[in-house]
Design a protein around this ligand. Structure first.
Ligand code: FAD
Length: 309
């Protein structure tokens, strides 16, 4: 069995694996796609001390750093179930291929995915005007016009944030009213360079073949289609944690995030979690790495205690 088994190979999982391996304990990583969301990212400019890098490059460096240590990396392996430890003190992780792995401690770092609009142009212009993270990509749209799709708390927060950077923000909400907290709505309405459109269904992202040039929405009351000319579309209709496989075993928040304490401990003894799949706020690379490191140290502490005579 492993001492620490990490499930997920994004920034959180890579950090957890390195921190665990540096303790000289038997460490494994099982990941569906090593690199995680970083593989889908282009420019990264907020990875502190690295002014500019690109997703595929950072993903390759994550993998290289992990391989510098004695870590058993099992790529292209999807976990489908977690079985808490019984008398033998070993947690079991079942894989899609039928195999099962056992470990004294487990770090869950399966990340999350942004909910997509599923409209024409969204895929084609991803990273070319279609963005999901205002903290990451907001500055790329300085002085330009953007839309934020989604009027929940994250959409309204994004619109307020972007209004301070870009020339103009159009917030588009499907429902007849915004769903964000009242205090956020008040702040949003006080901004001069923001327009709010409700009862509007985004139906297409427009582009010139290279980058975004606009967006089409359907007025859900009148039924007619409208075009907006703009350079960026921020999609803020939800972040879905990759935790479906843990339902019923590990305590999850109403949004499906793994509930962790300040050491990354979950509701299951010996099982820790880190990164975008957890309740820790602000989903970012540096945060995921810090949390992954912390969860591995907490797992190591757990091992010391569990093996005490
Ligand atoms: P992830 O990166 O999501 O990794 C999850 C890992 O778990 C993957 O290896 C995945 O394959 C694996 N996995 C999932 N389910 C299973 C399973 N059942 N079994 C086994 N493995 C599984 N952040 C920044 O700080 N700066 C940026 O500029 C930035 N830009 C971004 C741009 C885009 C387009 C996107 C999508 C995100 C961006 N982010 C950025 C956010 C950042 O990528 C995430 O916060 C970060 O990758 C989270 O790391 P993580 O390790 O928690 O999860």
């Amino acid at each position: 069995p492993f001492d620490v088994l990490v499930v997920g190979g994004g920034p959180a999982g890579a950090a957890a694996a390195i921190y665990a391996a540096r303790k000289g304990i038997r460490t494994g990583v099982a990941a569906e796609r090593f690199g995680g969301q970083v593989l889908d990212t282009m420019a990264i400019e907020n990875f502190i001390s690295v002014p500019h890098t690109e997703g595929p490059r950072l993903a390759a460096q994550l993998e290289q750093h992990v391989h510098d240590y004695d870590v058993d990396v099992m790529n292209l392996q999807r976990a489908t179930a977690l079985v808490p430890a019984d008398a033998d003190g070993l947690v079991e992780v079942k894989l899609e291929n039928g195999a099962s792995l056992k470990s004294k401690a487990v770090v869950l770092s399966t990340g999350a995915r942004w909910r997509q609009m599923g409209v024409p142009g969204e895929d084609q212009y991803r990273n070319r005007g279609v963005a999901y993270c205002p903290h990451c990509d907001g500055p790329l749209f300085k002085g330009k016009r953007v839309a934020v799709v989604g009027g929940g708390n994250s959409g309204v927060e994004a619109a307020i944030d972007l209004a301070g950077i870009v020339a103009h923000v159009t917030l588009i909400e499907f429902d007849a009213r915004l769903r964000a907290d009242e205090v956020l709505q008040r702040k949003l309405r006080s901004l001069e360079n923001v327009r709010i459109i409700t009862s509007a269904q985004t139906t297409e992202v427009l582009g010139d073949g290279g980058k975004v040039t606009g967006l089409v929405y359907r007025d859900r009351v009148g039924g007619d289609a409208h075009r907006l000319a703009l350079e960026g579309v921020f999609v803020q209709i939800g972040l879905l944690p990759n935790t479906e496989w843990l339902e019923g075993t590990v305590a999850l928040s109403p949004r499906g995030e793994i509930v962790v304490d300040d050491r990354g401990q979950t509701s299951v003894p010996g099982v820790f979690a880190a990164g975008d799949c957890t309740t820790v706020p602000y989903k970012q690379i540096v945060i995921a790495m810090g949390e992954g490191s912390k969860a591995a140290l907490a797992a190591f502490d757990h091992l010391i205690r569990a093996s005490a005579p």
